[in-house]
Design a protein around this ligand. Structure first.
Ligand SMILES: Cc1ncc(COP(=O)(O)O)c(C=O)c1O
Length: 444
């Protein structure tokens, strides 16, 4: 048997707040037994914990405001958004970073305050830009020359002046997976400082009567486990920004983006939110003083760190294939359709047996998904107790970029999502898809 005290310590930083082990030897979150949830809603199942999201929002707001009062925390909707989540972020006083008309539509449906919406993206369409202008969103984060032209043209037509930030590419490697690094020269995002594009973009926006350049943005990548890349990125940006002031830029806002890391494995050691805040704010203040600029409003946009740990994926064990001296595959009832991250980026997760949590680990297995790809592996080397058909496996830290990137590959319906509410009950916040849903767009 495992030491429960040790296990309880281990799960505190991987699972949502209030996760514990009940008298039946099951995991529960806020008094809700995960085995009961799996029986009630079926598996795969995604579970989010409201309390944890609220606590993390509070932690972000207070950590950054401790160092700089004029800070605005945005939730990066791409990590996962639907109507209830948008409502929750609104009630926690977060703004919203959106990247598509779809994310904007969700925001509009809950009357998210337009002034705290920031529109990102490297290829915003005419329709998306029009929709956002009509909703009078606060800021466009302008990414490229074509967007400057298109946005100017649409603003002229609608006779509006739009506040914009310029997305810079500062040429800093944040040491993330190559598919999630965005601040280097070879990136599709933003205006490079080194090539001179960023300076040309400033000149071009300053000439536009319909665009009001109020600040600068960058996002280095995700997840960033070190503090140093933020320091280097901010230093590079501030040097550039200081040279734009004499051109007439009224520097009122600065955003170093998001990318804050969370713990996926027991061995991961991400910095505390407070440490990111200290490094970011102190660097901004120091650099502003160096170039004799007033410290602007700071805008932070975090996705993974706000909902990642609040979400848990639950799967049921199905078939097993043991290849002597090679590997034992244990198949789960989900996989790359609900969580593409392991196949796409080689992301790693720490799996736990949910229905007999205290049982000792006894074998190394590969947790495979049910999708028709050999690469559909959720956890390559999982050390777990002996598993049997029907057992329940939890993957903690599954709240960000899993349901958000889910697909219907092999025509598997996307799983339901439940929210454990602050009074310790659960409610469905997205229905599981049915086969009818899967065919509902087909035209015979
Ligand atoms: C521009 C921008 N801001 C913020 C984020 C959020 O990153 P994270 O979820 O790691 O905080 C992303 C993620 O891709 C991004 O592209």
């Amino acid at each position: 048997m495992k030491s429960l005290d040790h296990l309880k310590m281990e799960i505190t930083e991987l699972f949502p707040d209030g996760t514990s082990i009940n008298s039946k030897g099951h995991f529960e979150i806020g008094d809700v037994d995960l085995v009961d949830l799996a029986n009630q809603y079926g598996t795969p199942l995604y579970i989010y914990d409201e309390n944890t999201i609220k606590n993390i929002c509070y932690e972000f707001i207070h950590s950054f405001r401790k160092y700089w009062k004029d800070t605005h925390i945005l939730y990066a909707a791409k990590a996962f958004i639907n109507k209830p989540l948008a409502q929750l972020m609104m009630s926690e006083n977060l703004g919203l970073d959106i990247v598509s008309g779809g994310e904007l539509a969700v925001a509009q449906s809950v009357q998210f305050p337009p002034s705290s919406i920031y529109f990102h993206g490297n290829n915003k369409s005419k329709d998306e830009i029009s929709m956002a202008l009509d909703y009078k969103i606060g800021r466009f984060v302008v990414d490229n020359f074509a967007e400057i032209e298109l946005l100017t043209e649409l603003c002229q037509k609608k006779n509006v002046v739009q506040d914009v930030l310029l997305r810079l590419s500062p040429g800093i490697d944040a040491h993330t997976h190559v598919k999630t690094t965005t601040g280097i020269l070879d990136s599709k995002f933003g205006f490079s400082i080194v090539t001179g594009d960023a300076m040309d973009a400033v000149s071009s926006i300053l000439k536009s009567k319909n665009l009001n350049l109020i600040g600068f943005h960058c996002h280095l990548g995700s997840p960033i486990f070190e503090l140093e890349p933020y320091k280097l990125g901010i230093e590079s940006m501030m040097e550039f920004i200081s040279s734009t002031i004499t051109m007439g830029v009224d520097f009122k806002e600065f955003s170093p983006g998001g990318g804050f890391a969370i713990r996926y494995l027991k061995t991961d050691k991400p910095p505390q939110v407070e440490s990111y805040a200290k490094m970011i704010v102190e660097t901004i203040v120091k650099e502003c003083s160096k170039y004799d600029m007033s410290v602007p409003k700071i805008v932070i946009e975090s996705g993974r760190a706000i909902v990642g740990r609040a979400g848990v994926a639950l799967y049921r064990v199905g078939s097993t294939k043991d290849i002597p001296n090679v590997r034992k595959y244990v198949s789960l009832d989900g996989g790359m359709g609900d969580n593409i991250r392991p196949s796409l980026y080689g992301s790693k997760y720490q799996p736990y047996l949910v229905n007999r949590v205290a049982e000792s680990d006894s074998e190394k297995v590969t947790l495979s998904g049910k999708f028709c790809e050999s690469g559909d592996i959720l956890v390559e080397e999982a050390v777990l107790p002996q598993l049997h058909e029907g057992d329940l496996i939890a993957l903690p830290a599954s709240g960000a970029y899993s349901p958000a990137m889910a697909s219907n590959y092999n025509l598997n319906p996307k799983p339901p999502i439940v929210l454990i509410t602050k009074n310790g009950t659960s409610k469905l916040i997205r229905k599981g898809e049915t086969y009818e849903d899967l065919m509902s767009f087909d035209v015979l």
